[in-house]
Design a protein around this ligand. Structure first.
Ligand code: HEM
Length: 403
């Protein structure tokens, strides 16, 4: 068990925005979690959390405080866009109730279990065809499989041409605040994406086609249609949220299995392990590490006062390794009680795509197990993502695939 020690030191001493911490944040979480329930820290401002330089925020690293913040959207508002620059504002993710409640009802119709189950056979064929094209031998699993699969799924759901996924990915990177992309380039990609969706929305207004974009065009809240920025913010949000996240889940899972050949073999023979492998990957290597909130009033969090109007870094990834909740938190274990992890958030903003993501991961893993006798680490080491600062994952994952 970790124990409480000194109160939080100054933000200059606690830097959660260093590239080494972004690449592998767990040693920092381990070292910091015991210090205080709330740490005033330098945190990366990125992903749906904004653009630019690291910012100061109150970081929550423990399961209890993360859960309490997620369950209190009145105090911990998601409307952070006055505090940080985001490109563009993401509808739903950056909205608070009651507007959020109406908007969420609109879009959740497209994510019902039935609607998702309808996609299953098609996603299965897509996964098999991507692996067919990959063949066997050395391969970068990210580029060949983990990246295209979720992108093609979300593009199809939205009703935009899936074969343009490379372009969608580059747009999506501009929102995820990839460092290394010059500001002008990022702005021009962001604009191209906004213009693209505005044109798609306009086309569906003229001729609805039964896809998600058509549903947005036809949707009304209190008798009023969504305006274009709000509808565009929806499309961008779905494109981004449905893409990198699931890509990293598939990549992180393949990486963990490539290092555990015995587990890979067991899963091949006993497919009931697929579900627990997915849940444990979500907990152990959470694809969405963090998101920001802003306090609407002064609030006492486990004895630490956070003033009103301050940013709070809600670190799902750290909560999911909290030893107060998870025995041997750094170990990859399949015998844990069912999901107490917070990888999809909790409460009002609980991930709307969780069922879809779980299904994609299940199909992706089953297709790998069907196709390859073994997946083992390649000659080159995997390259951790450090350019995108909200997700945890790999830029490239060289593996040797054997049929
Ligand atoms: C919200 C994680 C896949 C769409 C969230 C949140 C998390 C999350 C942590 C909570 C945000 C908050 O509390 O502010 C993940 C992970 C995924 C995944 C780990 C994959 C492994 C998807 C997919 C979609 C999606 C496939 C859509 C197709 C959304 C949307 C929200 C959201 C629209 C905002 C919901 C709201 O604010 O009410 N996701 N997500 N996600 N997710 Fe996901």
């Amino acid at each position: 068990m970790e124990t409480e020690t000194a109160p939080s030191p100054s933000p200059e001493q606690i830097d959660l925005s260093a590239p080494s911490v972004i690449a592998d944040p767990y040693p920092a979480y381990r070292a910091l979690r015991g210090r205080s329930p709330v740490l005033y820290a330098r945190v990366p401002a990125g992903g749906a959390a904004g653009l630019g330089e690291p910012i100061r925020a109150y970081a929550l690293l423990r399961h209890a405080e993360v859960l309490a913040a997620l369950r209190d959207p009145q105090t911990f508002s998601s409307n952070v866009t006055d505090k940080i620059r985001v490109l563009p504002r993401i509808t739903l993710l950056h909205d608070d109730p009651p507007r959020h409640t109406h908007l969420r009802r609109l879009v959740s119709r497209s994510f019902t279990p039935r609607r998702i189950a309808e996609l299953e056979p098609w996603i299965g064929r897509l996964a098999a065809s991507l692996l067919e094209a990959t063949g066997d031998g050395p391969s970068d699993l990210m580029g060949a499989y983990a990246m295209p699969l979720p992108m093609m799924v979300i593009a199809t759901l939205l009703g935009i041409p899936a074969e343009r996924y490379v372009q969608f990915r580059s747009w999506s990177e501009s929102v995820m605040s990839y460092s290394g992309i010059p500001a002008e380039e990022r702005a021009s990609r962001g604009k191209a994406m906004v213009d693209f969706f505005a044109a798609e929305l306009e086309a569906r207004r003229r001729a609805p086609s039964g896809d998600l974009i058509s549903a947005l065009v036809e949707a009304e809240i209190d008798g009023a249609r969504l305006d274009t920025p709000e509808a565009v913010g929806f499309c961008v949000g779905l494109l981004v949220a449905g893409n990198d996240t699931t890509t990293n889940l598939i990549g992180n899972m393949a990486h963990l299995l490539s290092e555990r050949p015995e587990l890979y073999r067991r899963a091949q023979q006993d497919r009931s392990l697929v579900g627990p492998i997915i849940e444990e990957t979500l907990r152990h290597s959470s694809p969405v590490q963090r998101l920001l909130r802003v306090t609407t009033r002064p609030v006492d969090v486990s004895g630490v006062m956070i003033p009103a109007g301050h940013l709070v870094d809600v670190v799902f990834g750290a909560a999911n390794r909290d030893p107060a909740v998870f025995e041997e938190p750094d170990a990859f274990r399949l015998d844990r009680p069912p999901a107490e992890h917070l990888a999809f958030g909790q409460g009002t903003h609980f991930c709307i795509g969780a069922a879809l993501a779980r299904m994609e991961a299940r199909i992706a893993l089953n297709a790998l197990l069907d196709c390859y006798e073994s997946i083992t680490p390649g000659e080159a080491p995997p390259l951790r993502q450090t350019r995108a600062i909200m997700p945890l994952g790999f830029e490239s994952l060289p593996l040797v695939l054997r049929r």
